[in-house]
Each structure stands twice: as C-alpha cells, then as structure tokens.
Design a protein around this ligand. Structure first.
Ligand SMILES: [Zn+2]
Length: 153
C-alpha cells in the first residue's frame, strides 16, 4: 500500500493517510478515523461477498470504498456492477416476485422462472435508461447554470 496516498473514511468521507498498517510477523492494524472514530475502511479486510451484498443494499460505505480507496484498473466494471445491483433491486421489488416463492415452483411452472429472467433484463434496461436520463439532465443543468455561476466568480 502506498503510504503517501490519502484515503477516505467510508463512514464520514474524512481524509486519512492510512487504511491499515502491516507490521512484521503478519500483524495488521486497521486505522481509525480521527473525525468519527470508526474504522477508516472496514472493507479492506472484508470478504468480497460482503461487499457485493452491501452494494446490493446500496450502502454508501461500499461505494466510497470502491470509488476512493481502491485503484480500479477498469472503471466500467464498477458501473456494470452498479447497474446489475440496481436492476436486481428493481427486479426484487416487483410484486410478481413475492407471490410464488415455494420450493417446487420451478418444477411446476418453469416458464414462470424464465419470465422472471425477462423481468430482470427489463429492469436492467430501466436502470440503464434512468442513468442515461440522469446524466443528460445533469449535463443540461450544468450547461444552463454554470455560465451564470461563472459571471459571479
Ligand atoms: Zn470517519
């Protein structure tokens, strides 16, 4: 880990110089935030499955970890994970998913489960279109508001 880098606390966003320190004999000491007192990044020592579950729950701490504290070689993978988590949350909140959840439902009606996958793909398209609309509206607002703000600076 590069000691000259700065990291962000996943709880409050405060800057921290270290995430953890490694000593001889394999001892690792996590760093605590000077602002809030929590562990700066609890996900550094966490299993990736826990991070995935927290990403599914849209916890901001896991997104701070992914955005600030790790070096992602290809950021499009992060956006793909975000879109899949968002689509999964939308798919899980559909009312038809909560009605038929017994064990042998697949054996009785496999077409029903294939239809659920179609719903997942539809929710993926909804998530992507929502993000495209959000980015377009944000860029439009920035184009309208930014020249007015520059006049006052
Ligand atoms: Zn903090």
């Amino acid at each position: 880990m590069d000691e000259a880098s700065s990291y962000h606390c996943v709880e409050c966003g405060m800057l921290s110089q270290y995430l953890y320190k490694r000593f001889n004999a394999g001892i690792t000491k996590v760093s605590f935030c000077t602002e809030c007192g929590h562990i700066v990044d609890k996900y550094t020592l966490c299993d990736p499955v826990i991070m995935l579950l927290d990403a599914l729950l849209h916890k901001p701490q896991v997104y701070r970890h992914l955005l600030y504290n790790i070096n992602i070689p290809s950021p499009w993978k992060l956006f793909l994970i975000f879109f899949l988590c968002d689509a999964f949350m939308k798919w899980g909140s559909l009312p038809s998913n909560n009605t038929h959840r017994d064990e042998d439902a697949f054996e009785r009606n496999p077409v029903f489960y294939i239809a659920l996958e179609v719903d997942f793909y539809m929710m993926s398209c909804v998530a992507v279109s929502e993000w495209i609309c959000f980015i377009l509206i944000l860029l439009t607002l920035l184009k309208i508001i930014l020249p007015k703000l520059v006049r006052y600076i």
